[in-house]
Design a binder for this molecule. Structure first.
Ligand SMILES: Cc1ncc(COP(=O)(O)O)c(C=O)c1O
Length: 375
């Protein structure tokens, strides 16, 4: 009997405190005091015994509105941005609908679109400028097109959209009566980020999250902002009828209250780390960083020319070095075999470990005969 395939997540979670977690674009740079006091107080006063206010804590709702700077639209809290993405796909799409999207992309959204009976039309963006353009989207529109998926900045490539491109895409959505799904999970890492809702408020649903900017991925809090009628349609698919986790709301409120005081330093260190990741990666012959600088907190390292398989690299780095990066196959059907994704909102010790481990892992794998091709 053959051994079961290696489960990287099970392995990494079992060794959690030993792992340099550079695989899920999580943020380990927010000072812990930002949320600690609020959470300790919530435990002391046993807030877990009661339900939250179902619509969300009013202060949190105000803080999110202020953070996004969107007014006159409806705001909804969900269990991470993920739940919003699921609800949006189920509520707004149906059989035969098409969504213009990209490859690479954050494919979980594509899966939700397919669950709704719709399909994505993936434009290949693994070449400069490594993002959608208004011209290509315009050309791709068919009578069945119902939505444009605009992830900005884009996971996994780290590419971001200039303001004028966002405006052009928003104008297309407006003129062609399409929904614009604007996922802005990594917005705080991008200088001069523009929200599509500022240009096409009636067509845009914006998905936001505190997972990455506030370093609260484990809390599972995010949401969407949409025009009133669209929001009501989406909200029909809400399963969190009794409200979103109390602790998540308390932590997010504390983080957003003080965000302006610490986010600048988080972004500065993330950028510095991104430069270091690139320097380390490109010190190995044949490794390429297609998008630099990243406008998010992750980047893609293209190892195709080296002959090293991304899955083998992920496993080698994790098992031998406790450094967790992610192989590309879950982010691109076409190009996933070329790259690993590395995220870097991490403390210096994690970067040091990556810097030591990556060249060594690449050397070890290059010296190893390739595994026999799967049949
Ligand atoms: C583009 C994008 N959207 C949404 C999410 C989900 O975030 P959340 O933790 O808020 O569910 C992620 C997570 O990695 C992401 O990369």
């Amino acid at each position: 009997m053959s051994a079961p395939p290696f489960d990287a997540f099970r392995y990494a979670h079992a060794k959690r405190s030993a792992i340099a977690w550079m695989s899920q674009n999580t943020n380990h740079l927010v000072p812990p005091d930002v949320v600690r006091g609020a959470l300790e107080e919530a435990i002391r006063t046993r807030r877990y015994e009661g339900y939250p206010l179902a619509a969300g804590d009013p202060e949190l709702l105000e803080l999110v509105r202020g953070d996004l700077g969107l007014t006159g639209l409806s705001l909804f809290l969900t269990g991470g941005g993920t739940e919003s993405l699921y609800m949006i796909a189920r509520a707004l799409l149906g059989r035969g609908d098409e969504v213009i999207a990209s490859d690479p992309s954050y494919l979980i959204i594509h899966k939700f679109i397919e669950l709704a009976g719709a399909r994505t039309q993936n434009l290949d963006i693994y070449a400069p400028p490594y993002r959608l353009t208004a011209d290509r989207v315009q050309e791709a529109i068919r009578p069945t097109t119902r939505m444009i998926l605009l992830i900005d900045p884009l996971n996994p490539l780290g590419s971001g959209y200039p303001r004028e491109e966002v405006r052009a895409l928003a104008e297309i959505a407006h003129d062609r009566h399409l929904i614009l799904l604007n996922d802005v999970t990594y917005r705080d890492f991008s200088d001069g980020h523009a929200l599509a809702a500022d240009f096409a408020p009636e067509e845009t649903v914006t998905v936001w999250s505190v997972s990455k900017n506030c370093g609260l991925a484990g809390m599972r809090l995010g949401g969407f902002v949409a025009p009133r009628e669209m929001a009501a349609t989406i909200a029909r698919y809400n399963t969190n009828d009794l409200g979103v986790n109390v602790f998540a709301q308390i932590a997010a409120t504390a983080a957003l209250r003080s965000k302006s005081a610490w986010i600048g330093e988080v972004v500065r260190r993330t950028r510095e780390n991104g430069e270091r990741v690139r320097a380390v990666a490109e010190s190995v012959a044949g490794v390429r960083v297609p998008v630099f600088p990243s406008r998010a907190n992750m980047t893609v390292l293209d190892v195709a020319e080296t002959g090293v398989a991304p899955e083998a690299l992920q496993e080698e780095l994790l098992r031998r070095h406790d450094v967790f990066v992610r192989a590309g196959h879950y982010l691109s059907p076409t190009h996933g075999k070329r790259f690993v994704r590395v995220s870097f909102s991490n403390p210096p010790a994690d970067l040091d470990r990556f810097a030591a481990a990556f060249p060594e892992a690449m050397r070890a794998l290059a010296a190893r005969p390739p595994a026999p091709a799967a049949r």
